[in-house]
Design a protein around this ligand. Structure first.
Ligand code: FMN
Length: 273
């Protein structure tokens, strides 16, 4: 009998929808994206539908013109707190940047959320490529990709060491290129030990970080060949790092158009065009 294989299904809640004009759809409320009940409702539907997790992007800068399209406004871990209390077992994946955070604060925030949610949290590690974000953090320009991932690699090591210190109470002693951290994270370990790590960058540097440390990869490749190559590269890095390649799950993005019938879904899709 072939080994049983499982698929992991998550929902990526992009404000009120993927389509730029989704907020104008007659069956949606245009301000849902700032309404905690909206996220709680989506999460309950996802849980009822046996999905594994709800995923939220971050965006520490305005990207779109709010006069034309409402953009994300609520910070992911705050929304995930609401989602956690509205659900029982749905996974909670929140995005946070290694370029514009501090490892201690991020480790504290995500492990705390993991504790209060009963061990359901994952941190989606991103390095932020959006140039405008730099101006919110006192930088004149965004660091280049190599520099961002260089920091990300040390950042992830420090965060995981802090999570480990929460469980063992053995202090971290880290003196690296970017961070100096000496101490113990004053949070109890969560029921799952620590939050899982998800990674969502597609560059060679992103794939290396994923293979070395992620539990799952959110990929957005547009062809089957590119998807297969991404999969192989992440697994190869994991193997070379002494990890079980099967411990890194690949989660390809999929844009769906949902209807009660195929005809309804097609009509909805065509309505968008
Ligand atoms: C599915 C997916 C979700 C992403 N979500 C975010 C996000 O929430 N915030 C962010 O700054 N970047 C996000 N990114 C962008 C990545 O962090 C990364 O900057 C981008 O994919 C470019 O990858 P690279 O820097 O490895 O080349 C996402 C990427 C993918 C593929």
């Amino acid at each position: 009998m072939p080994a049983q294989r499982e698929v992991i299904l998550n929902v990526n809640v992009l404000d009120v929808g993927f389509h730029p004009s989704a907020w104008r759809a007659p069956d949606l409320h245009p301000t849902s994206f700032i309404d905690p009940d909206y996220y709680a409702e989506v999460a309950k539907i996802a849980e009822r539908g046996t999905l594994d997790a709800l995923f939220l992007a971050d965006g520490p800068a305005l990207r779109e013109d709010p006069a034309v399209k409402p953009t994300r406004a609520l910070e992911p871990t705050t929304v995930l707190g609401v989602v956690a209390s509205a659900t029982e077992h749905l996974g909670l994946i929140g995005t946070a940047s290694t370029t514009f955070n501090d490892p201690f604060d991020l480790a504290d925030r995500f492990l705390s959320l993991d504790v209060v949610s009963g061990g359901r949290v994952a941190w989606n590690v991103v390095t932020t490529f959006h140039a405008g974000t730099a101006h919110n953090f006192g930088l004149s320009r965004i660091p280049d990709r190599e520099a961002r991932y260089h920091r990300a690699s040390e950042f992830v090591d420090v965060v995981t060491a802090l999570w480990e210190s929460a469980a063992t109470r053995v202090p971290v002693h880290h003196d690296g290129e970017f961070f100096h951290v000496h101490g113990v994270l004053p949070v109890p370990p969560s029921p799952q030990g620590r939050p899982l790590l998800v990674q969502a960058g597609g560059s060679p540097q992103g794939r290396t970080l994923a293979g070395r440390s992620a539990d799952a990869v959110f990929s957005a490749e547009l062809t089957l060949d590119a998807g297969r190559q991404h999969y192989r590269q992440v697994k190869d890095v994991a193997r070379a790092a002494g990890r079980d390649p099967g411990s890194v799950k690949i989660l390809p993005g999929l844009v769906t158009v949902v209807g009660s019938t195929e005809a309804e879904a097609i009509a909805r899709y065509e309505d968008w065009e």
